[in-house]
Design a binder for this molecule. Sequence first.
Ligand SMILES: [Zn+2]
Length: 149
Amino acid sequence: MPRGCLFCELAADRTRTPHRIAESPRAIALLSVDPASRGHTVIFPRRHFSDLSTIPETEWLAIGRLTLRVVEQLRRSLGHRGEYIYCGSWTRPDRKYPHLHVHVIPRGRRLARGFDPWWHPPPEGAASIPELAALAERIRLSPRSARRR
Ligand SMILES: [Zn+2]
């Protein structure tokens, strides 16, 4: 684990992630603390990778499987009909968040016309962990569809 990588720290310490909505043996899905829309989720591998060119295929497929599960959970529990999916990948290690991750951003009225991937924090400020934990519980408790396991 690279020193100071927030995603590695969150993967290692479950007590810091009450806003976790799903997980698998290889990947974790957390509600974003800086959401572009309600339900904005960040999915990342438990192991540290910074670039798509170095991630093993099994790790990337695990992220993809969890992304599909998260999309289904979010649509069922929040009722939106679409989402933007965005992945940041880079080779330079000096970025603020060097851990490869995928954003699932539910499309709503606010984002109906388009999504700027360089979003800024919402005017009301970043979401609090207790607020996100309550929303995460609602999403986790939403009954599963029989379509995908
Ligand atoms: Zn990391």
